[in-house]
Design a protein around this ligand. Structure first.
Ligand SMILES: Cc1cc2nc3c(=O)[nH]c(=O)nc-3n(C[C@H](O)[C@H](O)[C@H](O)COP(=O)(O)OP(=O)(O)OC[C@H]3O[C@@H](n4cnc5c(N)ncnc54)[C@H](O)[C@@H]3O)c2cc1C
Length: 429
């Protein structure tokens, strides 16, 4: 039985710890903050509660698999609900589309509302990712991989010079291009620096739908915390990991603010740039910056908003994403954010100013400080970024990497899959 230490108690760290404990290892989880959950932890103020980070997830199978492989199945712990419309796109010219999930035909019909023939064009764009998804899933996301031994299909995909910006040129209509690049832009990337294959998100959304957790993402963090207790994972909060201790070429301990913790295996789920032993390996990476966030507690529900509504920007206007339900709403600002997002909303026809009871402002810097790094992981700087990240293995023997910094995109599915890859590599006790 190896002594496993997991660094970081976000979704990535908790998922890795639960899986490895179930495989029979003695697992210790170290979290610098006062509670577990990372970006899943809700924000609360004056009786209002908001999801601090994610409000929904794609690929619920990843969450289900984690619960099943670490004990009781998910349905006994919490409810996942599929959204019929996850995202409404509103464009500068006044047109809009409510994009349904889970059905190609429904998406085609909805997008046709933007103009005859556009539905087909969008559906073809999305469908063109079907093969890439199969290759990625089989060879990259569900099976540990190494840059030196890539299967041919995966090597071609990851090595392709085609960028997302170039791929979407074929869509012809600017609004379709905005829809196709939105997932990358929302995660802080420039479409010209992102490989075309990352557009696979549109296919995954269309095919598998998007899901929320009843009670908010805090309920997922609570269920995972309970799972760690069941699996007897030793959890230390308020414990800042400062570095790894390497002896004879392999990891021997983790150096923390409260002393060293011996380890045979370490799973790093925080930004490895912050741990000196690993920093040199990732010096050519940058974190993807979080957005400007404003949580609003309103006196009354704003009318006509989908669970997620995107107000696409321009050279002069920020792109604002509104997320929420009832009277708790969150604004995420990207692009040209040079004024209060609530004021910028007014020009887009949504004036909530008279109804604001309370608000919590969180700058990108606040978020990075709160989470000890960016929950959006590594900034795409061209196709080589794939090989500049660490994970699932690292060059230091006994050290593995999971979480947003070890995956090709932020988001719970990729993060959950990265934890499963590490569990495969470490194997049973
Ligand atoms: C505003 C926002 C909106 C988002 N929306 C979505 C969405 O809708 N859907 C979706 O799927 N994803 C979304 N995401 C992304 C998603 O939240 C993240 O990809 C995911 O939660 C990352 O999990 P993680 O465990 O890798 O990192 P984190 O959740 O950041 O957790 C890292 C943990 O490690 C701890 N830590 C850091 N350094 C140290 C150290 N040195 N020692 C000990 N502990 C340390 C931190 O305190 C933190 O608890 C969003 C993120 C944000 C911020």
């Amino acid at each position: 039985m190896a002594r496993v230490v997991v660094v970081g108690g976000g979704y990535g760290g908790m998922a890795a710890a639960a899986r490895l404990a179930k495989l029979g290892h003695g697992v210790t989880l170290l979290e610098r903050g006062p509670r577990l959950g990372g970006a899943l932890v809700p924000v609360e103020q004056e009786g209002f509660t908001w999801d601090g980070g994610p409000t929904s997830t794609l690929l619920p199978a990843v969450v289900r698999d984690m619960f099943r492989k670490s004990g009781r199945p998910l349905d006994r712990e919490l409810d996942l609900v599929e959204l019929d419309v996850l995202r409404e796109h509103r464009f500068a010219d006044g047109s809009s589309v409510r994009l349904p999930f889970g059905s190609r035909a429904a998406q085609m019909a909805a997008v046709d509302g933007l103009g005859a023939g556009l539905g087909r064009r969008w559906a073809d764009h999305v469908q063109a990712y079907a093969e890439a998804w199969e290759v990625l899933r089989r060879e990259y996301l569900e099976r540990p991989w190494s840059p030196d031994h890539l299967p041919a299909a995966l090597r071609d995909l990851l090595g392709s010079r085609e960028t997302l910006a170039r791929r979407v040129r074929g869509l012809k209509d600017e609004r379709l291009r905005l829809m196709a690049t939105y997932p990358a832009v929302a995660e802080g990337h420039e479409p010209r620096d992102v490989p075309a294959w990352t557009g696979v998100a549109a296919y995954v959304e269309q095919r598998f739908g998007a899901w929320t957790v009843v009670g908010g993402m805090g309920a997922l963090a609570d269920a995972l915390t309970a799972r760690l207790a069941t699996r007897r994972v030793e959890v230390h909060t308020d414990t800042d990991v400062r570095d790894l201790v390497v002896r004879g070429g392999r990891v021997a301990a983790v150096a923390t603010s409260t002393g060293d913790v011996d380890a045979d295996v370490v799973v790093v789920t925080c930004d490895p740039r912050r741990l000196p032993v690993l920093a040199g390996y990732v010096e050519r990476t940058m974190p993807a910056m979080p957005p400007v966030v404003v949580h609003l507690g309103l006196a009354q529900e704003p009318p006509g908003l989908a669970h997620e509504t995107v107000l696409h920007g321009s050279a002069k206007e920020p792109t604002i994403t509104l997320r929420g339900s009832g009277t708790s709403w969150t604004l995420l600002g990207r692009g040209r954010v040079d004024e209060d997002l609530v004021t910028a909303l007014v020009r887009r026809g949504i004036d909530v100013r008279p109804h604001v009871v309370t608000r919590v402002d969180r700058s990108p810097r606040d978020l990075v400080e709160a989470y000890g790094g960016s929950p959006y992981g590594v900034l795409w700087q061209g196709r080589r970024t794939t090989f500049r990240r660490l994970g699932p293995a690292t060059p230091v023997e006994g050290v593995y990497a999971a979480g947003a910094h070890a995956t090709p995109g932020a988001g719970l599915p990729y993060v959950g899959l990265s934890a499963a890859l590490v569990a495969q590599l470490v194997g049973p006790a």
